[in-house]
Design a protein around this ligand. Structure first.
Ligand SMILES: C[S@@+](CC[C@H](N)C(=O)[O-])C[C@H]1O[C@@H](n2cnc3c(N)ncnc32)[C@H](O)[C@@H]1O
Length: 301
């Protein structure tokens, strides 16, 4: 009978995924095999000659088949890595994207810029999904208090597991509802130091053109935001002033070409003294940072 070692399986899956047009074929194969064997990716390489038993082979075959039909690896293995954290995901929530790490990085930089002795900053993570942004901020800034909201009960159940798994349950509160609605109901207003948000921002025409692995598997309510993709930004702009402290900052993830339109929406609120658009490593618009007051590092115009 043919024996299948780790090395032979990785090579076979890679070739099969290349043929089927699966993204990142080698990495996808490693993630599936790690999951099935309960090993880290590094351990696969130190166990290259390990012979995989029959029962695990059939589990692996099933996952490889689903992956070749474009089902996302993160849903198949139930997790993904975000900001060096293992984040649980299910089809109820968007799979956190590496691009979103830029927003987290800027948020943490902002919090670290506060003078020593500043009281615990209060952060709002609107549209939290898996809770990846809220958890990454809370993990990396130990005095941060985070309120995270989402309209999806299913996504919030996943977020609750991530909050628990990363031990930040005492500083991250999850609330269900439409944007700021659960905060209006439960809390005083005008009080966040930072509001961070990665909202749905895909336009109707872009929805049509999405890859199958996104369009057929990820929740459309996490992606689609009206004809031009700006619906949620418009609604945030209408309400933002009430929820930020006078020194507060808004950070939004945006689509690859949405910088000028989102900047325009925010300028019209007359809330912000400074609005900056930042590109990601692929040179796409990615994060808008809007500050209520100008800070000393703002270069003269
Ligand atoms: C693009 S996903 C972002 C999820 C997560 N923050 C991330 O970065 O991976 C957008 C999220 O917004 C939620 N959402 C959509 N419309 C909403 C609304 N009106 N109020 C609150 N959450 C909403 C969706 O359920 C989804 O979880």
């Amino acid at each position: 009978m043919e024996t299948w070692t780790v090395q032979k399986l990785l090579n076979w899956i890679n070739d099969y995924f290349v043929e089927k047009g699966v993204d990142a074929p080698r990495l996808s194969g490693e993630l599936l095999l790690s999951h099935v064997l309960g090993l880290s990716r590094i351990e696969l390489y130190t166990n290259f000659d390990h012979v995989v038993e029959k029962a695990r082979l059939s589990t692996l075959h099933e996952l490889v088949k689903r992956c070749s039909d474009q089902e996302p690896v993160a849903y198949l293995v139930g997790r993904c890595e975000f900001y060096s954290l293992s984040i649980k995901v299910t089809p109820d929530c968007l799979i956190p994207r590496p691009e979103t790490e830029l927003l987290v990085e800027r948020a943490i930089e902002l919090l670290r810029s506060y003078p020593a002795g500043t009281a615990s900053p209060l952060i709002c993570d609107l549209c939290t999904g898996s809770g990846c942004i809220a958890v990454a901020i809370a993990k990396n800034f130990p005095t941060a208090e985070v309120i995270a909201t989402d309209i999806s009960d299913g996504a919030l159940a996943v977020a609750a597991e991530n909050v628990e798994a990363h031990g930040v349950g005492d500083r991250v509160e999850l609330l269900c509802g439409d944007l700021f609605a659960p905060i209006i109901e439960g809390l005083d207003q005008s009080r966040f130091d930072l509001i961070a948000c990665n909202p749905p921002y895909v336009s109707s025409s872009e929805m049509e053109a999405l890859d199958k692995n996104v369009k057929d598997y990820e929740p459309h309510s996490a992606l689609h935001a009206g004809d031009d993709g700006l619906d949620v930004y418009r609604r945030i702009a209408e309400q933002i002033d009430d929820f930020l402290k006078p020194t507060g900052v808004l950070m939004l993830e945006i689509g690859y070409a949405q910088g000028p339109a989102v900047k325009d929406l925010l300028e019209k609120t007359n809330t912000f003294a400074e609005i900056k658009i930042e590109k990601d490593t692929s040179n796409n618009d990615r994060v808008v940072t809007a500050k209520k007051i100008k800070t000393p590092d703002t270069p003269p115009e």
